[in-house]
Design a protein around this ligand. Structure first.
Ligand code: PLP
Length: 370
């Protein structure tokens, strides 16, 4: 690990100071609500910050065998395992490393029950309501395969489980809607809620944003837990890491086609894929001004565009461009499309030291393909 020196772009720059700001809110929430918070690794899995994260969180949750192993090995504390569908091999390994296993369906629960009955078992429920601006990410979209719908089916296996998981939010920063939906769930599932020990309300809640009514949120969760005498869990991903990371790039060329286009040494398709999937413009960290640019990536995809901006400084070859909010759903999704240089992962420690924790080389590209 090298310290100091000028770091070669592209790189993801995780700032522990900014991460700590979110973690402090998480600590407040834990202290004032009694809720346990576990990191959703599918959003962010950079285990080089696990020491910091572990001070404020209770463990991890996962979406696959590999994530479960990562949570167990690199984060520790409580390890929750979920998968939309486990294979036989998955269960063989997972059964020895997780504290809780959550099944997505009654059929999977029955299939594997005998092999996992020594650990706490949960069932994912599809509550039929959700908050999501995107159909692609809406857990209760039409024909959704995520979670059990029939309460009758859940009743029949209630003796085999100790908990339930409801994940029904996506990017929800509206406390009112969360509160209303929790009331609906509370009413609809009253019978089964009073028979389990723990309930996870999933992720997708933006409670670390400025202006989110954290105290009301604490109260709401606390009274929900009290009412049913359950341990409540939240599984935040994005809320843990929001605004804690930048993707730092360099302008390689400037071309013109009616508008002025700056091409950087990264790619939205390969390095910030969610923006492309959900058609959201990247946020560029720069002083606003009169110079207009399209900022584009260097893959051969015509639509590899981070966004348009009006900035104070004129760009030239060699200028640095920093994209904000580059922690969640970026490093876990980066790929080798076009064989582009993969951004390094750099951490700005609380001490102020910059630490390059990972650089990706040609060898990594090569080994990913044969
Ligand atoms: C995606 C997901 C999360 C994390 O969602 P965020 O929006 O990143 O908070 C938590 N739990 C489950 C089951 C998920 O699918």
């Amino acid at each position: 690990m090298k310290m100091g020196a000028k770091i070669k772009t592209p790189y993801y720059l995780i700032d522990e100071e900014k991460l700590l700001k979110n973690l402090k809110r998480i600590e407040y929430l834990r202290d004032h609500s009694g809720v346990k918070l576990i990191l959703a690794l599918k959003c962010f899995s950079v285990w080089a910050v696990s020491d910091l994260v572990n001070k404020y969180m209770d463990g991890t949750t996962s979406s696959s065998l590999y994530e479960t192993k990562l949570g167990y090995e690199k984060f520790g504390k409580e390890t929750h395992a979920f998968s939309v569908a486990y294979s036989d091999d998955d269960v063989s390994e997972i059964k020895d490393i997780c504290d809780k296993i959550i099944f997505n369906s009654v059929s999977q629960l029955k299939m594997f029950y005998n092999r996992v009955k020594h650990i706490k078992i949960g069932l994912r429920v599809n509550p039929g309501i959700s908050y999501s601006n995107f159909d692609l990410a809406d857990p209760v979209r039409r024909y959704s395969r995520l979670g059990v719908i029939s309460q009758k089916d859940i009743m029949l296996v209630l003796d085999n489980i100790s908990g339930l998981m409801f994940h029904y939010n996506c990017e929800n920063d509206d406390f009112g809607s969360f509160s209303n939906m929790l009331d609906k769930i509370s009413k609809k599932y009253e019978k089964i809620l009073s028979k389990v020990e723990w309930v996870s309300l999933g992720g997708g809640l933006y409670f670390t944003k400025d202006n989110y009514p954290l105290d009301e949120f604490c109260e709401k969760l606390k009274s929900f837990g009290k009412k049913y005498k359950i341990q409540v869990y939240l599984e935040p991903g994005e809320a843990v890491v929001t605004e804690s990371c930048e993707l730092v790039t360099t302008v390689l060329d400037i071309v013109k086609n009616v508008k002025t286009i700056a091409i950087v040494d990264a790619s939205i398709e390969a390095h910030m894929l969610d923006l492309l999937t959900y058609r959201i413009a990247a946020k560029i960290n720069a002083e606003v001004g009169e110079n207009e640019y399209i900022i584009a990536g260097r893959s051969c995809l015509a639509g590899d565009i981070f966004g348009e901006c009006k900035i104070r400084d004129k760009l030239e070859v060699g200028s640095e461009i920093r994209f904000a909010d580059a922690a969640g759903y970026t490093m876990v999704k980066k790929n080798w499309f076009n064989g582009l240089k993969m951004p390094s992962i750099v951490i700005k420690r609380l001490s102020g030291n910059l630490e390059i924790v990972r650089e990706f080389l040609y060898k990594d590209f090569l080994c990913s393909l044969s």
